[in-house]
Design a protein around this ligand. Structure first.
Ligand SMILES: Cc1cc2nc3c(=O)[nH]c(=O)nc-3n(C[C@H](O)[C@H](O)[C@H](O)COP(=O)(O)OP(=O)(O)OC[C@H]3O[C@@H](n4cnc5c(N)ncnc54)[C@H](O)[C@@H]3O)c2cc1C
Length: 478
């Protein structure tokens, strides 16, 4: 590294931080820039919540198990990294899902897209809704559109268009399955803007979705019934492949794991990172890819305005429990991607993936792998330890899937404050943060707290942050 190399420090070694390093490195090669990139990660490994474990023929995902194929940034990155041939889709035979009612799993009606139906026949014959509930939902075709562009909660939106039953029986569990959050609090425009747009353009959601479907044909974002499993991809060897490939691709970066950043301060030549233990790293630019509360603490002194905004983005916790059974222990044939659980069912269980059905090669012949999800907050509120929470999930699954005996293997993971909640008004908050960052040379923020929580969103966010840093470095005096 030459003496005049510009130093960039990237905080956080999850997928966002890794992609930010990768983009900076690629740009430095392409533009013949001399960059000295440092990655600081608090834990002992890279990848953040992405982690795959393989033992005894079973492939367990600790965090994400797939990503959305319809947002191009994810797949494009995989292709750039030479991973294209390792991508796999979900099992085509069983691209359907269920919703729990009592102890019964009812199929999500064909042609139901997250919050709204767009095919009438399957919806009318579905046992998920009562006749009165269906009547209320069908009123969507007559109701006037909402005036104005103000944000509203997902729950208010669904109640307004389709009534309470549609919210309780379908929208709430779908949303909780994706965001692990309460739709009463989540912003419609920040989480599912497509529904806001459809109402603006077509007034009726049912009619608007039908038109979109006809125009676009299947496979363009509104095709799968229930959670969009048909639109998701993973790797034959699990999501850990992505983190490993990125870690390899950034071999020119000075990586420090087991190293917690405590504060980011300005000094005359740029940014100073204070590390746990008192060490300092000086840099021309800093890219912060930490969860919002950690990023807020980091910037408390140097950028109190941004820090305050970040502090007001709460994050939810999520627990996952992988369970391996012998196939004969599970009466349910698991011929689906999984199921979601409405909050009104009063269960700890949020959702369940039938992992060995969803993707090939997840469990050996004669065994099945299922993955249960629980919202960490409910567990924390109930004061449950990890063991108690896992035990409760196992007990709840027994009658639903007809399970006998104990699991042959299990693995439980709890991610505290891992999924940011986009509250009503989130987009305006993000715009304020972005303008403040724009006006702050040498500083960039990226991650799942801003414009999408999925992996492709993080990839995009990291790319944008790298560009901002590169632009700033061109103009900042050395
Ligand atoms: C259980 C679970 C399942 C999910 N499933 C899916 C899915 O199927 N598909 C999908 O697209 N998305 C999914 N998501 C969301 C997606 O995985 C995440 O949004 C994304 O991986 C976040 O990446 P990140 O790098 O921004 O954050 P993280 O992965 O959280 O990484 C942040 C990193 O910062 C480090 N750090 C924190 N504080 C400090 C500090 N002070 N100093 C240094 N380092 C620090 C942490 O150790 C961590 O490594 C899931 C998330 C969870 C939790």
């Amino acid at each position: 590294m030459t003496r005049d190399a510009r130093r960039v420090v990237v905080l956080g070694g999850g997928v966002t931080g890794l992609v930010a390093c990768y983009r900076l490195l690629e740009a430095s090669k392409a533009q013949n820039l001399s960059l000295d990139i440092h990655l600081i990660e608090a834990s002992s490994r890279l990848g953040g919540v992405i982690e795959t474990e393989f033992a005894d023929g079973v492939l367990m995902e600790k965090g994400p198990d797939c990503f959305l194929a319809s947002k191009p940034e994810g797949i494009e990155l995989c292709e750039e990294l030479g991973l294209g041939s390792q991508l796999i889709g979900t099992n085509e035979r069983y691209r359907r899902s269920f919703v729990l009612r009592g102890d019964e799993l009812l199929p999500v009606p064909q042609g139901y897209y997250l919050l709204a139906p767009y095919q009438i026949g399957p919806f009318l014959t579905s046992p998920v809704f009562s006749p009165l509930g269906k009547l209320r939902m069908a009123m969507d075709v007559l109701l006037p559109g909402r005036r104005g562009d103000d944000d509203e909660s997902l729950a208010d939106f669904v109640r307004r268009r389709f009534g309470r039953e549609a919210l309780e029986r379908m929208a709430q569990p779908m949303v909780a399955g994706i965001y692990s959050a309460d739709p009463e609090k989540l912003s419609l425009q920040a989480t599912m803007p497509q529904f806001h747009q459809i109402e603006r353009e077509h007034r009726s959601l049912i009619l608007g979705l039908r038109k979109r479907m006809q125009k676009r044909g299947a496979g363009e974002g509104v095709s799968a019934s229930g959670p969009r499993y048909g639109l998701f991809v993973s790797f034959a060897r699990g999501m850990g492949v992505l983190a490993e490939a990125l870690a390899e691709a950034i071999s020119g970066v000075a990586v420090r794991t087991g190293c917690r950043a405590e504060a980011l301060e300005r000094f005359e030549r740029g940014w100073r990172v204070r590390l746990q233990g008192g060490e300092e790293v000086d840099a021309d630019a800093a890219c912060v890819t930490l969860p919002p509360s950690a990023a807020a603490r980091m910037l408390e002194k140097a950028a109190p305005g941004i820090s305050g905004e970040l502090m007001s983005i709460p994050s939810g916790s999520l627990a996952t429990l992988n369970l391996v059974y012998r196939a004969e222990q599970v009466a349910n044939p698991l011929h689906a991607m999984g199921f979601v659980v409405p909050a009104i069912e009063n269960k700890t269980l949020l959702a369940c993936s039938f992992s060995s059905t969803k993707f090939a090669g997840r469990a050996p012949e004669g065994k099945v792998l299922i993955r249960a999800f629980a919202g960490g907050e409910a567990a924390s509120r109930a004061g449950l330890s990890n063991e108690e929470l896992a035990g409760r999930l196992i007990e709840e699954l027994r009658p639903i899937l007809g399970i006998t005996g104990e699991p042959e293997a299990s693995a439980f993971y709890r991610y505290e404050e891992s999924l940011p909640h986009y509250l009503v008004g989130h987009l305006e908050k993000v715009e304020r943060i972005e303008s403040a960052i724009e006006a702050t040379p040498g500083l960039a923020l990226a991650g799942n707290a801003y414009r999408g929580v999925g992996i492709p969103d993080c990839v995009k966010s990291a790319g944008d942050a790298a560009e901002k840093i590169l632009g700033d470095l061109r103009t900042i005096n050395s």
